[in-house]
Ligand binder design. Structure first.
Ligand SMILES: [Zn+2]
Length: 267
């Protein structure tokens, strides 16, 4: 089953045609969606996907780009929402060293606090990492969690291997569709297949064939074909392997399969 392990279906970019976007992705063959949160304000919105759509799961977390405007009480809200037991991961969390006004020490404090919650609830994490790979690795070693996904991975081979050793899978999507993205493509080609998962990060990170346009989850099958071509393997095998990797990284995604077989609620 084709699983989009990172898809912001609640984003405002989809306000005009969200149902059509979801329907188009399903028609294209996407069987499961993980919808991560970016802040306390959208916990209800992402939970609505996980609890009403049979093929969606959600994660609760506070994204580093939203830490600046977050309130201290948001961590208590996060803890209370995680205690509900509906989220399959803590995310999207991490560090963004690319933000012009990003306060990295503040980001790191929020990141560590959320890693502690992941450990408390024995949940994997969905990581956002920009220009902060080694700092994230350091904080993960200090605050061990049950693995997860390093989303839109764009670090070095050495950093990739360090994440894999810590029990993480690496997310590949739009970036690998650009021939100029040599490092990302090289990693997609040569890392162990067991380390890879597919994602769109919709509506962000549009592929080479959609520059300047919104990225939709319906692009995922084409991402799978690109990755299969890079690795010189049949796309069906690639899809099966990356789906198994996604479930290994985030065990709660296994429910998507059961729901798909018709045992669940919603549509
Ligand atoms: Zn994201």
């Amino acid at each position: 089953m084709l699983i989009d392990t990172h898809c912001h279906l609640d984003a405002a970019e989809f306000d005009g045609d969200r149902d059509e976007v979801l329907a188009a992705a399903r028609a294209a063959g996407v069987g499961g969606f993980l919808v991560p949160a970016v802040g306390a304000a959208d916990f209800d919105a992402v939970a609505a996907f996980g609890t009403t759509h049979a093929d969606c799961c959600h994660a609760f977390g506070i994204h580093p780009m939203y830490v600046q405007r977050a309130h201290e009480g948001d961590l208590d809200i996060l803890q209370a929402r995680l205690a509900e037991g509906t989220a399959v991961a803590v995310g999207e969390i991490g560090l963004d060293g690319y933000l012009p006004d990003g306060d990295l020490p503040r980001q790191a404090r929020w990141f560590e606090a959320q890693l502690k919650l992941a450990r408390m609830f024995e949940l994997p994490v969905v990581l956002h990492i920009r220009r902060a790979q080694d700092e994230i690795l350091k904080l993960l070693r200090r605050n061990p969690v049950p693995g997860g996904i390093a989303h839109a991975f764009n670090g070095s081979r050495q950093q990739a291997e360090a994440f894999i050793r810590l029990g993480f899978r690496l997310g590949f999507g739009g970036a690998m569709t650009f021939e100029g993205s040599r490092r990302v493509r090289e990693l997609a080609m040569t890392l162990p297949l067991s380390a890879l998962v597919l994602e769109t990060d919709a509506p962000d990170i549009p592929p080479a064939w959609g520059v300047g346009r919104r990225n939709d989850p319906a692009n995922l099958p084409r991402f799978a074909r690109v990755l299969a071509e890079l690795r010189g393997m049949p796309v069906d095998e690639l899809i099966a392997a990356t789906a198994a990797n996604a479930v290994a990284a985030i065990p709660g995604l296994a429910a998507l399969r059961r729901r798909e077989r018709g045992a669940g609620r919603g549509d």
